[in-house]
Design a protein around this ligand. Structure first.
Ligand code: HEC
Length: 228
């Protein structure tokens, strides 16, 4: 009972503080912390400059360190004349390929699938997306590396651009990996290294409609998604 009484008295005292009218005085701010600082806010007025704007534009004709995009082949995938470069302008090493695989699997597989056949996971449900292209068609085997780079950087028709997420060198790394995927699905027997070639079982057109140079490396099944 006594507790209840104390609570009641406390509440009355507290509520007595709120008299319900506006005050012109600033609210009490017992702990200042760093709440009030001498500084200019973004978009605020600034008498220091002629245009009285706090936010400054970069000086015309200057480029921030590391932001120069002056190498047209590397950054745009085009020659100075504006043509797509034929082949990747970076050294293609195993490390680059592996980086490309890694990035490809993050950014491209959801739509294009692991082998690039256009059967990524979101293409398999009935979600109504525009089908992603398969890379295993002659046209895309023949396009230049610069074109593939451009597709990644700027998108194409219904495919969104990935330039914002994927930095320049990673885009090229992905291009090298697309080339590797294309070869993996469209290799001719004579392109195989010796040790693999010797393990080839040649399936000579027995069942009529199989292409005459269909081959199988002993012990492996052909990938079902390799068809066009
Ligand atoms: C959100 C799904 C999606 C993702 C993710 C995606 N693509 Fe695509 N891609 C598409 C679609 C859809 C098309 C076909 C566009 C069209 O024809 O309108 C396409 C087409 C392409 C083409 C063929 C262009 C042509 O000339 O026909 C290439 C090459 C390609 N994508 C590469 C990539 C690469 C590389 C990545 C990863 C960096 C990627 N795509 C990520 C959906 C996607």
């Amino acid at each position: 009972m006594q507790r209840l009484l104390t609570l009641g008295v406390l509440l009355t005292v507290l509520l007595a503080g709120c008299r319900g009218h506006q005050s012109e005085r600033p609210p009490i701010h017992p702990h200042l912390g760093m709440d009030f600082q001498e500084k200019f806010q973004a978009q605020s007025y600034n008498p220091l400059f002629e245009d009285k704007a706090t936010m400054r534009k970069p000086v015309t004709g200057t480029v921030a360190r590391g932001q120069l995009r002056g190498n047209s082949e590397l950054h745009a995938g085009r020659t100075e004349e504006g043509e797509y470069v034929e082949s990747v302008p970076i050294d293609v090493t195993r490390k680059v390929l592996e980086r490309g695989k890694d990035r490809y699997e993050i950014y491209c597989t959801p739509c294009h699938g692991q082998t690039g056949a256009g059967n990524g996971i979101i293409m398999r449900g009935d979600y109504g997306y525009t089908p992603a292209s398969s890379y295993h068609v002659d046209r895309l085997r023949q396009v230049s590396d610069g074109y593939l780079y451009d597709v990644i950087a700027n998108g194409v028709r219904n495919m969104p651009a990935y330039g914002q997420q994927i930095p320049v060198r990673d885009r090229w790394a992905i291009v090298t990996y697309i080339r590797a995927l294309q070869r993996s699905q469209n290799a001719r027997p004579e392109e195989l290294p010796e040790d693999l070639a010797s393990r080839l079982e040649r399936k000579v057109g027995t069942d009529g409609d199989a292409p005459s140079d269909t081959v199988r490396v002993a012990g492996r099944q052909p990938d079902a998604s390799s068809s066009e």
